[in-house]
Design a protein around this ligand. Structure first.
Ligand code: PPE
Length: 307
């Protein structure tokens, strides 16, 4: 169960958590067109709190809206500030932030007509996405029977609610089969991403991640590419088939929610030594330092807020 906070920001008002409701004929509920973000805020080592890469997340929200021709009735600064305001009223030191813009009630039928675009911002405490143990020991994954979207079937760069039916199906299948997460291939059969994470492999200290295509352009993916290059690693954005993943020295998933999660097994094949690899763990620890404000080189990625 989600851990409730006090208030949800809803179309510019702060309303009690239990009163942030919509009508059953909300267009999005029927046709799936909503755009959203997943953002984390952390309690920093100096006692303050900060949101990680807030500007990039707000920008992606507006880019997603543009892709689906949704006009958000607030500008970027207003959403940026509303997120900080929502964190403050809820006194959330550390947790997850979910802005969502959706099409409200009015006309029914596929064309959204002039139905209002509505916006909510919810925040709540959220620990390790795949469990604390996953961050340390790594997870077991399985190639999904579901293929990631073709770039002309869905707006794959956009974080659109309807895109996630594919993720939900893949995740349920993987969990029912006893795995922690699903590995999703693109329409040509190359490794794409997971249901809510991007993927990297490490071979001979060189990192490889699938190029933008059918994957979500992850902000954590971008963070790790920058970080790994700054640390002297070679990183390439290149397609690779699943047998290259099987033969990797290390593999990991990354995402706002999943942070940096090692992968120890894929389709019953042990990856590397069958535990979190050294490059993965180094990147994970550097990532945690950055989000907790312990690496001033990347302080520009943090937006502090007072509670
Ligand atoms: N791919 C997908 C499909 C995806 O949903 C995410 C984020 C990523 C990659 C990584 O993107 P980024 O967070 O910008 O590094 N998934 C979000 C939602 C998870 C959920 O269960 O809800 C997240 O990590 O917040």
């Amino acid at each position: 169960m989600v851990q409730k906070a006090d208030k949800i920001w809803f179309d510019g008002q702060l309303v009690p958590w239990d009163e942030a409701n919509v009508h059953v004929l909300t267009h999005t509920l029927h046709y799936g067109v909503a755009v959203f973000e997943g953002i984390r805020c952390y309690k920093c080592s100096d006692g303050t709190s900060a949101v990680f890469r807030l500007k990039e997340h707000v920008d992606r929200l507006f880019d997603s809206a543009k892709a689906v021709e949704m006009k958000i009735p607030f500008n970027r600064d207003e959403i940026f500030n509303a997120i900080l305001e929502t964190l403050k009223v809820n006194k959330l030191e550390q947790g997850y932030i979910r802005p969502l813009a959706f099409i409200g009630e009015g006309a029914m039928g596929v064309h959204p007509g002039n139905n209002p675009v509505r916006v909510i911002i919810a925040v709540w405490p959220w620990g390790a996405y795949l469990g604390e143990e996953a961050l340390q020991k790594g997870i077991r994954i399985k190639t999904s029977s579901f293929t990631r979207h073709h770039v002309n079937v869905m707006m794959t760069k956009a974080k659109v609610a309807g895109n996630y039916v594919n993720s939900v199906l893949a995740k349920m299948e993987a969990v029912a089969d006893g795995y922690d997460e699903a590995l999703m291939l693109d329409v040509d059969g190359y490794v794409a991403e997971a249901t809510g994470e991007n993927i990297f492999i490490v071979k001979k200290s060189r990192l490889k991640t699938p190029p933008p295509g059918s994957i979500l352009g992850g902000i954590t993916r971008d963070t790790l590419i920058t970080l790994a290059r700054d640390m002297g690693y070679e990183v390439v954005e290149q397609r690779f088939p699943r047998d290259e993943l099987y033969a990797a020295d290390e593999a990991f998933f990354c995402g706002t929610a999943a942070e940096v999660t090692p992968i120890r097994e894929v389709d019953r094949r042990v990856i590397g030594a069958g535990k979190a690899g050294p490059v993965t763990m180094l990147l994970q620890s550097e990532y945690f330092k950055i989000v907790h404000g312990e690496n001033l080189k990347y302080a520009g990625w943090l937006t502090s807020y007072e509670l």
